[in-house]
Design a binder for this molecule. Structure first.
Ligand SMILES: [Zn+2]
Ligand SMILES: [Zn+2]
Length: 458
């Protein structure tokens, strides 16, 4: 088997991996878009694959860094079916259509000529080639239950990251290859932890997002939720409002549920929770599938049971944040012109308010800049305008990650003990930590950081 990392660098980036099994065909795992780089340079190296050659495409989950360039890959490979879970099917449909809208907006604002990179029509036509497959069953590349004589088949496994997320196991002539996508081994508030194979894997392709993250001693997710609750209550007591910038998929639903339980148990008072339009649409999918997927609180229909209001651009005009309310608004990194960016600019100057971060913030993003600004100093939240603003409100960060801690990933690799382990989806320093640890714990294992664009024989 030959593997080519189509991501343009060793980073989180636009995830995509091309696996070539020679006469038995070749497949691609994920087709993401870089979270910051705009236009075609933010897409994977799709042109390295011969046109119309793939047997199949697999999608692990609906985050942009895994599926944002899927319509472009499908245009290049119009014969290939795309396999995913039911949850990913619903979420990806909403999110790709949203991306088209964002690209039209950015074309007008920033004058990016190649935008949109795909259209609503192209997405709708492409959906005909999407196949949804159940977890833990054995499938053929024709989307039917697998037969023993087929040379290349697959299975999906629970990845525990967001609704619909799965790891992909490819079975090639008896050899098993596992690509984890993004994984989380521990339970979140809604999502239950990953259930991955524990033996018999020859080649493992695993994410390393948190490889350079050291958790403080005694850290637990529950403890972190209580620390957040304390921060919220302190803000309310001071007569302020709380804003939590959150990705529309995953973080919004996990936080919405956590806040709901904190309100019900009177740990925080019952103010209104505002969510954005896209967050609402994706929450609707979580609600629709609540009894059909493996998750905690399967009977909780969020949009019916949780008191919330929708925040949109029109409502924002002249809007003043109300003390005692929580704004759970995307984007998580406060990208310029998004609701969370605009709303933050209304909250920042007042020392009674708080902005609490719950996810990854790129240091170059507005969220990253705000996090790095000491209280009382000024920050520029929109670089297209030459203005900065005072940061007087409370800023804090809480670790509510949907990715496995590095120790849990390392334990899994050591336990599974594959012949070959490829480290992906992480900065070089993150992958390097795993490489060093594995060199000590499993010196016989072949550990590879697949370089961008170069085929490696496995
Ligand atoms: Zn993800
Ligand atoms: Zn990812």
């Amino acid at each position: 088997m030959k593997l080519t990392n189509l991501t343009r660098a060793n980073e989180i980036g636009a995830n995509s991996y091309w696996l070539d099994f020679g006469a038995d065909g070749s497949v691609v795992l994920d087709s993401g878009m870089h979270p910051r780089i705009e236009g075609y340079s933010g897409t994977p190296l799709i042109d390295l694959i011969p046109k119309e050659s793939l047997k199949a495409i697999f999608l692990t989950h609906a985050h942009h860094d895994h599926m944002g360039s899927m319509p472009i890959l499908m245009r290049h490979q119009p014969q290939a079916p795309v396999f995913m879970t039911e949850g990913t099917h619903f979420l990806t449909t909403s999110l790709l259509h949203n991306s088209v809208e964002v690209m039209f907006k950015q074309k007008a604002e920033k004058g990016i000529p190649e935008f949109p990179l795909y259209t609503h029509k192209e997405i709708d036509r492409g959906i005909d080639r999407w196949w949804t497959c159940a977890i833990d069953r054995h499938w053929s590349l024709e989307g039917r239950p697998a037969q023993s004589e087929e040379p290349l088949t697959f299975k999906f496994h629970e990845a525990g990251h967001v609704l619909g997320s799965c790891a992909v196991e490819l079975i090639h002539r008896g050899k098993r290859i596992l690509y984890t996508g993004d994984i989380n081994f521990k339970d979140q508030t809604l999502m239950k932890g990953a259930q991955l194979p524990e033996e018999g894997i020859d080649t493992l392709i695993i994410e390393t997002t948190r490889g350079n993250h050291v958790s403080p001693p005694g850290f637990t997710r529950e403890g972190e939720i209580l620390r957040l609750a304390q921060g919220i209550e302190e803000t309310f007591k001071n007569g302020g409002a709380v804003m939590i910038p959150a990705f529309a998929l995953g973080k919004t639903q996990e936080l919405l549920t956590s806040l709901h339980w904190l309100q019900r148990q009177n740990v925080i008072r019952k103010g209104t929770i505002y969510i954005g339009g896209l967050g609402r649409m994706l929450t609707l999918t979580y609600d629709k599938l609540c009894g059909r997927v493996r998750r905690s609180h399967p009977k909780l229909v969020m949009l019916e049971e949780i008191k919330h209001e929708i925040m949109d651009g029109r409502r924002l005009q002249g809007f003043r944040p109300r003390p005692g309310d929580i704004y759970l608004i995307s984007s998580g990194m406060m990208t310029e012109k998004t609701l969370s960016n605009t709303l933050a600019q209304r909250l920042m100057a007042d020392k009674r308010n708080s902005i609490f971060f719950v996810g990854y913030c790129d240091p170059d993003s507005p969220a990253g800049r705000l996090l790095a600004t000491p209280k009382g100093e000024r920050v520029c939240m929109d670089q297209s305008k030459d203005e900065d603003q005072p940061v007087n409100c409370r800023i804090d960060k809480f670790d509510m990650t949907a990715h496995a801690q590095r120790e849990d990933i390392l334990d899994y690799i050591v336990r599974l003990n594959p012949r070959v382990c490829l480290l992906v989806h992480g900065d070089p320093s993150a992958s390097a930590w795993f490489q060093q640890e594995l060199a000590v714990k499993r010196p016989e294992m072949q550990v590879i950081l697949p370089p961008s664009g170069k085929a490696i024989e496995i």
